[in-house]
Design a protein around this ligand. Structure first.
Ligand code: 7PJ
Length: 274
């Protein structure tokens, strides 16, 4: 399966890795602005060395209970990092992790090639921001909003409801003129989901392939892996690699991860032995 985004074509016939770059004050050293940009750029170049096929840059933490970041602050965090990476003519597409249409437009103008939206383009103006560009998009499912989503997630049939949402948002993209090969789908592990919901979705990945779009999976270091292993977030490498491997074997095309080198190596083995 091919994914088209900006001037890039991703060959997803073998599963690839999206490396995570968080540009938030708590992610890097002293939080000074220039320092933060330099660290994010260095981290991005390192993740390319490690084999990332895409870089996902985010300026707002969307972990459960995280406080929202004002628009101006989010722009100030991510746009200079995108500009610095584009100036270096990096060989992989840059994805912008945001649900705000203003950030999408500014990021695309700065050279980002993918919009990764945890709200699945539901924000007013988000669909248009992507449709009026050549960017690819990742539509993710979330129940509720990050501040409250883990309080009481409820579904009658989590797989059917997530699949229906992804289908509707994919169709809205198609209607808006975004070609099918620019659309990626993601069940949104941990976003308004209990452990049982996450497990049901992980087992149902093959069913999501019916939607005929590449699947992105983000389980890296997530709390569901902590629930399974008893490990804190800084000790979830092995669980994360296991989750990436089994997701790839179930049909996932792109794995959004923190630990790029370990995941890239594991996926090479998956590709060779499948
Ligand atoms: C995801 C994401 C995910 C997509 C985050 C974290 C929380 N975007 N952004 N899928 N997760 N598409 O990394 O723990 O699962 S932020």
């Amino acid at each position: 399966m091919q994914f088209h985004c900006g001037r890039f074509r991703l060959d997803l016939d073998t599963p690839k890795v999206m490396g995570i770059i968080n540009v938030t004050p708590d992610s890097f050293s002293d939080g000074g602005q220039f320092n933060q940009i330099d660290f994010a750029v260095a981290h991005a170049l390192d993740l390319i060395e490690q084999g990332a096929a895409v870089l996902d840059i985010g300026g707002e933490s969307t972990r459960p209970n995280a406080t929202p970041v004002p628009l101006a602050e989010e722009l100030q965090r991510v746009i200079p990092v995108i500009e610095a990476l584009v100036a270096r003519d990096i060989p992989v597409p840059i994805s912008i992790d945001t649900y705000k249409p203003e950030v999408m437009r500014a990021a695309i103008a700065a050279g980002a090639s993918i919009v990764n939206d945890i709200r699945g383009l539901q924000e007013k103006g988000a669909l248009e921001a992507v449709a009026n560009s050549h960017a690819g998009v990742c539509i993710m499912h979330m129940q509720g909003m990050p501040q409250t989503m883990q309080l009481e997630p409820h579904y009658d049939d989590v797989v059917a409801e997530v699949k229906q949402f992804l289908r509707e948002q994919r169709d809205a993209c198609l209607t808006a003129g975004i070609a099918q090969d620019r659309i990626m789908l993601d069940p949104g592990f941990g976003f308004g989901k209990t452990r049982a919901h996450n497990i049901a979705l992980a087992k149902a990945l093959p069913q999501l392939l019916d939607l005929h779009c590449p699947l992105l999976v983000g389980l890296s270091r997530k709390s569901v892996l902590g629930q399974m292993t008893g490990n804190d977030v800084d000790a979830r490498l092995h669980a994360s690699v296991a989750a990436a491997v089994i997701s790839a074997m179930q049909g996932a095309h792109l794995l959004r991860v923190h630990d790029v080198k370990a995941t890239v190596e594991a996926l090479k083995v998956v590709a060779a032995l499948q």
